[in-house]
Design a binder for this molecule. Structure first.
Ligand code: CS2
Length: 491
């Protein structure tokens, strides 16, 4: 009896489960993807699956995990197959994806990863390595030269650990071999993610060697992209649900929503898949799309995550069912965020805002506020502070954004409103916790201490008195009446 998802199990799956519609044995690797997490598997891999199904077999994916072997260990016994469960109030649709042909674990064998990146058939290296994978200063977007992985990679260029380290060594090898560079395709939630990737990768290349630095800056395309699909971390309950539907076990399915959007700047070194087959859109300038998505979706998400967590809401849909929270987001998007966005011709922004609220309400997704709350020091600058900066410049109010920001400051203090410990995950967690402990429950001192964190607030916001006053007021409400009541006051 077949018990595990694999190539031989495919014919046994129920008829309503979508399965690969191309010859996986004939497909070749054209894309090396760094960051083999759930997001990639529910987003870019799904769009690439459509390209392969259309008959263009040169764009198979080699998926690389930069840290843990867990995904490889789950997928390899399944011949790289996994399920995407598309969940909504009206039921679940299951698709088995075959686009990821090989899985590698970088720390186990960095040379194998470099060899694949430097192979002639590899034309794109794409990234979902999260904000912190860029080894940059989140406020300025510049390479953090003191980052331990950067220091390591400068001394060990043949066995790198960091994303810039891998990219630069592979690009150097291609250049030496007379091969064209690959395109670096960032699919992370960063503003101008292509330009940000270029800045850190070129800076790292220059630290290695001047000529390599100018080669990266001039010859390697780094198109920006806007990526969007909500993909909560998979749980054991999800695994059980998928196994029941498939009739076989899938060690690591991914759970997601029906919505999927991918907007890509059409600037590639050496060809690209026609991802329009998978619903993507190619444009000349991604920035307005990215700004809109980061500020409206991710800005709201983080606000809901911090304030919702503090108020005891475990998931996004639970927080959305608490009316003042949904009202706060609606008002924040309409009155404080939307006015900062450049107009997008032919785009219905009001409909987009309404759709976001609907997506957050999806009752079939269990998206934990704790998950979104992670890595706030890396996320807050582009999700909330860019918008606040624009509101300050325009002399306009931003009380709701400030409440979200105050929620982050309370959250990283490490105590919830019932006195329980919060498991804060953030590369700056220890420093932020110390700032919070030093300031205690004094809103003014807290605002002062946090605004002085230049990697998050930059030099300009650190000294902004209006921001300091507004954040201190929001903190005072959170401290005296708690998150739920403070949210209700602000809708
Ligand atoms: C979320 C995002 O975890 C988070 O920080 O805000 O992953 C969000 O779900 C995606 O950007 C949606 O496209």
């Amino acid at each position: 009896m077949i018990q595990r998802l694999s190539s031989v199990a495919l014919p046994t799956l129920p008829a309503d489960v979508v399965r690969p519609r191309f010859d996986r044995g004939a497909a070749r690797i054209g894309i090396v993807h760094l960051g083999l997490g759930a997001f990639h598997r529910a987003h870019q891999a799904v769009a690439t699956e459509a390209v392969l199904a259309g008959g263009d077999l040169q764009w198979g994916i080699a998926g690389v995990s930069l840290r843990s072997p867990d995904t490889r260990d789950a997928l390899q016994p399944q011949d790289g197959l996994y399920t995407v469960a598309v969940r909504s109030g009206s039921g679940d649709r299951l698709e088995v994806i075959g686009a990821i042909l090989t899985q590698l674990v970088a720390p186990e064998d960095p040379e194998a990863v470099l060899a694949l990146m430097a192979a002639p058939a590899t034309r794109i290296v794409s990234l979902t390595v999260t904000e912190k994978g860029y080894c940059h200063n989140p406020a300025t977007g510049e390479l953090d030269r003191d980052h331990p992985d950067i220091v390591h990679d400068l001394a060990n260029s043949h066995a790198p650990r960091s994303v810039p380290g891998f990219l630069v060594e592979a690009l150097r090898r291609r250049r030496e071999a007379g091969l064209p560079p690959f395109t670096v395709l960032s699919c992370d939630n960063l503003p101008a993610n292509g330009a940000t990737a270029r800045r850190v990768v070129a800076a790292f290349a220059e630290l290695r060697d001047d000529a390599l630095g100018s080669f990266v800056a001039r010859e390697v395309p780094f198109p920006s992209t806007m990526v969007d699909r909500i993909v909560p971390a998979t749980t054991d309950d999800d695994r059980a649900l998928v196994a029941e539907r498939l009739g076989v076990e899938d060690a690591w399915p991914v759970m997601t929503e029906p919505f999927r959007q991918w907007v890509i700047e059409d600037h590639f070194a050496d060809g690209r898949p026609d991802w329009t087959a998978g619903g993507a859109r190619f444009v000349a300038d991604v920035e307005p799309f990215e700004l809109m998505k980061l500020r409206l979706l991710n800005g709201s998400h983080s606000t809901l995550a911090y304030l919702g967590y503090l108020a005891g809401h475990e998931t996004v849909s639970e927080a959305m069912a608490d009316a003042p929270f949904a009202d706060l987001l609606a008002a924040m998007m309409e009155r404080e965020i939307a006015p900062t966005l450049p107009p997008l011709f032919g785009f219905d922004l009001a409909a987009y805002r309404a759709e976001l609220l609907q997506r957050f309400r999806n009752p079939a997704l269990r998206h934990r506020t704790w998950q979104i709350a992670m890595d706030g020091s890396q996320k807050v600058p582009q999700r909330l502070l860019g918008t606040i900066r624009d509101r300050l410049k325009a002399g306009e109010p931003f009380e709701r954004l400030a409440l979200g920001l105050a929620g982050w400051i309370r959250y990283v203090g490490g105590r919830d409103e019932r006195g329980g410990a919060i498991d804060v995950r953030d590369p700056m967690a220890a420093r932020l916790r110390a700032l919070s402990d030093g300031a205690g429950e004094d809103p003014e001192r807290l605002a002062d201490a946090f605004l002085s964190v230049r990697e998050v607030f930059g030099d300009d916001l650190a000294g902004d008195l209006r921001l300091r006053r507004t954040v201190a007021q929001a903190l005072a409400r959170l401290i005296t009446v708690g998150s739920a009541a403070a949210v209700a006051e602000r809708v």
